[in-house]
Design a protein around this ligand. Structure first.
Ligand code: C5P
Length: 205
């Protein structure tokens, strides 16, 4: 069984994907980490994320980078959203994601284009969303818990800019697949969102 979980930044898709993987005993891939790794690799090499050549070069990153704590930073998220608009970067990461999805027994993948591009054949597709205010509040609380000095306005601005880049790009834009079911987590806590997600997957498979 392949489960595709797509949605914008801080929508809760990662938490939901991890919980679904645990519930069904499936491996999970957070595909955003791949783009974050490319973004960080470009920055560390002194390159420019907006330069397609620099970004493509960084796709040959070492797997050890995938567990680097720096990947969770806002800077990594911003760089990821810039490098991810380059067609050669998406092409370079495509097979890696498809190979993961093809595992025996299945997998849960979360990202922006899993249901539309990476695994259009997925057995269940969720499009997880929440209002920009709610998403910014969640991300702000998370960053504060990590002890980072940020303002809510700054985080909201970042979320809106990322939404615009991810939805507006020409290639594999953030978009709900026709056969995906919408899950709005704005008014749900984690337990509620996970229970709803499991219920939706059960109806589909
Ligand atoms: O999900 P996360 O916030 O970690 O993703 C970081 C960035 O990577 C996103 O803003 C998006 O631009 C890009 N991304 C993508 N396709 C995916 C996953 C992430 O373009 N499947």
């Amino acid at each position: 069984m392949i489960i595709a979980v797509d949605g914008p930044a801080a929508s809760g898709k990662g938490t939901i994907a991890r919980a679904l993987a645990k519930h069904y005993g499936l491996p999970h891939l957070d595909t955003g980490l791949l783009y974050r790794a490319v973004g960080i690799a470009v920055l560390r090499a002194g390159g420019d994320p907006a330069d397609e050549g620099d970004a493509f070069h960084a796709c040959a990153f070492d797997d050890a980078l995938l567990t680097d704590p720096g990947l969770k930073s806002e800077a990594a998220g911003r760089a990821a959203s810039i490098v991810s608009a380059h067609p050669s970067v998406r092409a370079s990461l495509l097979e890696r994601q498809r190979d993961f999805a093809r595992q025996k027994g299945g997998a849960v993948l979360d990202g922006r284009d899993i249901g539309t591009v990476i695994a259009p054949e997925a057995d269940a597709k969720l499009f997880v969303t929440a209002s920009p205010d709610v998403r910014a509040r969640r991300r702000f609380d998370e960053l504060q818990r990590m002890g980072l000095a940020v303002t809510y306005e700054h985080v909201l601005g970042d979320i809106r800019a990322r939404d615009e880049r991810d939805s507006g790009r020409g290639i594999a834009p953030l978009k709900q697949a026709d056969d995906a079911v919408l899950l709005d987590t704005s008014a749900l806590n984690v337990e509620g969102a996970v229970a709803t997600a499991i219920g939706l997957v059960e109806q589909r498979r």
